[in-house]
Design a binder for this molecule. Structure first.
Ligand code: KIV
Length: 273
């Protein structure tokens, strides 16, 4: 039985993720927000499970991720932890959790480790958050970076749009990726950047890049589990591949239940005591 949330095991999993880049093996990461999903993703052999602040949009029904609080994140991370025994468990630092200073960033990162049993945290942003990332890592907590489209900035007129199309914007993302590597991140998410730019960053960095809407050259890929399984039907981003349509399947099952109750077919003698 693996001892979850223990430093030795955590370091081993991080090393195995880093080693995959060196060997040219792809890294897989998926989000999870509850115990049964954590169990499924872990059982399927995925390398890392992210309790993403996408929680706000796909589970809590918000328009953006910015309303998600530390308490929301910890509540869900604790449930996922119970289901994840093998994969690396990463807690997503929500909007404003690294503010107003390094102390706040460290305090909130510690909560993910101590109160929810996460192995690492993810911090959105590039050069602007380097001091926060450095402080968290100095406290002994591994950090995954996140550059390109950073959903926590969408209310600032940024929009859910591809980043890095122009030369200046591309250079900024290259600089951001180098900055989070320099700060000590063990990997970095590249979100919604052109495939060629993601390939260039992946070749330049020594840490693994994990892409979402960033093309095939990244060292790994991450998707939001509700997108992959077809459970979120409000919109489907271009970069998503749906591997199932659980939303339609669930509605079919619920309609069958309703119809059988109304007709008296359920519960049958077999389902009764
Ligand atoms: O919150 C999230 O799910 C994320 C992924 C999209 C990487 O940050």
């Amino acid at each position: 039985m693996i001892e979850v949330g223990k430093m030795g095991y955590r370091n081993e999993v991080i090393s195995s993720i880093e080693a995959k880049k060196k060997r040219g093996q792809k890294i897989t990461m998926l989000t999870a927000y509850d115990y049964p999903t954590g169990r499924m993703v872990d059982r399927a052999g995925i390398d890392a499970v992210l309790v993403g602040d996408s929680l706000g949009m796909v589970v809590l029904g918000y328009e953006t991720t910015r309303k998600v609080t530390m308490d929301d994140m910890l509540h869900h991370a604790r449930a996922v932890r119970k289901g994840v025994e093998r994969a690396l468990l990463v807690g997503d630092m929500p909007y404003m959790s690294c503010e107003p200073d390094e102390d706040a960033a460290v305090r909130n990162a510690r909560r993910f480790i101590r109160e929810a049993g996460c192995d690492a945290v993810k911090v959105e942003g590039g050069t602007g958050v380097v001091s926060r990332i450095e402080a968290i890592i100095a406290d002994g907590i591994p950090v995954m970076g996140h550059v390109g489209l950073t959903p926590q900035s969408v209310d600032e007129g940024n929009g859910f749009k591809v980043k890095g199309r122009g030369k200046e914007d591309a250079e900024k993302i290259i600089k951001d990726a180098a900055a989070v590597q320099g700060a000590g991140c063990f990997s970095v998410v590249l979100e919604c950047v052109p495939a060629v730019l993601a390939g260039k960053i992946t070749a330049e960095l020594t840490i693994p890049t994990i892409g979402i809407g960033a093309g095939p050259s990244c060292d790994g890929q991450v998707l939001v589990i509700h997108d992959l399984l077809g459970m979120f039907d409000k919109f489907v981003p271009k970069f998503v591949k749906r591997y199932a349509d659980l939303n339609a399947e669930a509605v079919r099952a619920i309609e069958a239940f309703k119809q059988e109750v109304e007709s008296g077919e359920f519960p049958s003698a077999d389902s009764s005591f």
